[in-house]
Design a binder for this molecule. Structure first.
Ligand code: IMP
Ligand code: MG
Length: 180
């Protein structure tokens, strides 16, 4: 593959991702029996995870999308969170699951969860595919987490570096020389 040369190490293969996503979906299905849920994808990094997750959840669920930016073009959060696209629908009285690609400093999600809570959902939980706990500076409560990873910059399966690499079917560590 064209972009493979920039990957230092594959962390999770396509098969490993599929298996873990099915497990998360099964957990969500069990936890929300009899309830309707709305999955909110935080664009753009979570679009592939969200697409796979919602196809494995065996519940009546709707989806909505939100976009935030806190990164500029680099590899760490600037701390300033901006909403660049808001939800299309109302979430008041609904069971919300926010679907994120990766939880890093926690800046983006602590801001976003607070904002969404003000809209009075019946409940709100976070489902993140990846978690880098070593990097956390703002506490965030995670209900569903796919994998805990070390402090390295990863791409693929929706995750980007400067908008590239999102289409890789696996998750890999980007070679530092690509961004340094
Ligand atoms: P936080 O606000 O620092 O928690 O940043 C969260 C966002 O940063 C994620 O939603 C990703 O878009 C991005 N991000 C953090 N770490 C990585 C990474 O290793 N690869 C790609 N994007 C990342
Ligand atoms: Mg993101």
């Amino acid at each position: 593959m064209l972009l493979e040369k920039d990957i230092q190490e594959v962390l999770f293969t396509q098969e490993e991702l599929e298996k873990r996503v099915r497990e998360l979906a099964a957990q969500i299905t069990a936890d929300y029996q009899g309830k309707e849920i709305i999955l909110i994808s935080v664009l753009r990094g979570s679009f592939i995870f969200m697409a796979d997750l919602c196809r494995s959840i065996d519940l009546d669920c709707t989806v909505d999308f939100m976009a935030v930016s806190s990164y500029g073009g680099g590899t760490s959060s600037t701390g300033q969170v901006q909403i660049t696209k808001d939800l299309s629908g109302d979430i008041s009285g609904k069971h919300v699951i926010v679907v994120e690609d990766i939880l890093d400093s926690g800046n983006t999600l602590s801001y976003l969860l607070k904002l969404l809570e003000q809209r009075k959902p019946a409940s709100i939980r976070l489902c993140t595919l990846l978690d880098k706990p070593e990097r956390r500076t703002k506490p965030v409560e995670v209900s569903y987490s796919g994998f805990t990873i070390p402090d390295a910059f990863v791409v693929g399966y929706g995750l980007d570096y400067a908008e590239h690499y999102r289409g890789l079917p696996y998750i890999g560590i980007l070679k530092p020389e690509v961004y340094s």
